[in-house]
Ligand binder design. Sequence first.
Ligand code: GN1
Ligand code: MG
Length: 351
Amino acid sequence: MLSPSALKQFFLPGELISCAAHGNGHIHDSYDVKSSKGRFLLQRFNTYVFPHPEEVMDNIRRITDYLADLCIRSGEDPERRVLSLVPTLSGDLFARDERGDVYRMYRFISDCLNPEKPESVEDCFACGQAFGDFQYRLRSFPVQSLNITIPDFHTTPKRFAALIKAADSDSMDRVRQVNPELRFFLDCEADYSILENAHKEGKLPLRVTHNDAKINNCMLDASTRKPLCLLDLDTVMPGYCINDFGEAVRTGAVTAAEDARDLGNVELRIDYYRAFKEGFLSGCRDILTDEEIRLLPWAARLMALENGIRFLTDYLDGDKYFKTDYPEHNLVRARTQIALADSMEKLWQDL
Ligand code: GN1
Ligand code: MG
């Protein structure tokens, strides 16, 4: 529930017209705020997932300032190309209400869309290019200066260890329902360290990584469907940039929704995969190493496996992390990721 005092704390231009629930993210609660002077996104920030909002907001402020500055210097419109925060009346980047809940506000970008599913290979190319271009633009940003807002966010072996721990404690008495899924993730264990090992061998650099590169976090221009800007910068941290490619593929190059129940329909679309890859490589220009390019299919497979592991872990823990619409929602999501990882394995030679 949105607290009435939250909105009043922000520097909202114009008179308030309406405020309504918005979007389908798994983490924050979002509200579409309309005023006589424009449209804004108010979010109640999930402090269970991000215990240090000031660090998240500090990363976002520094990244958006840096990107906006690049736009100004190259003659692009920063208001359309970069997310922008609306400060509070006291000039802060987030507010707390009387319950201690945290809120922050963004300006809506006009005449654009963020697809839940691509409509064409051109959409896939555009989204891949947007995530690649993010890499390119931030290639000289001091990556080590970013706050680590969720440690080991994409360290897949640690995600797997958390699953085993949740299964061992079995606090909700759910393990007996998920034996085939646990078996599947146990059988894949050898794969989880592939990116970690490449990093330890010095072949996979840490870069400024978006880390939540779902296709619906990519804004396209509504008329040209060309890339405009990336949304949801909460998890921008040092990481392996190919995970952004992998996450875009996991959410965009697939025939079914993330929580589809009919697993027969869950497949990787190879034409979409190729378009994401071409787009990502073109956006990155020449900055990727040979090893990064070689590991692109692995990143896609690992993002499917890792998200499946995280959904199953949360199911065993009692659905504390991801928002759910019904009791087995996280289990259904985990099964979809297993089906997708399976489909990738069948298509491995083509990837
Ligand atoms: C969460 O809320 P959303 O949809 O942006 C999650 C991602 C997962 C995704 C699965 C901070 O993202 O890591 O991949 O759900 N974000 C966080 O759909 O955990
Ligand atoms: Mg998110």
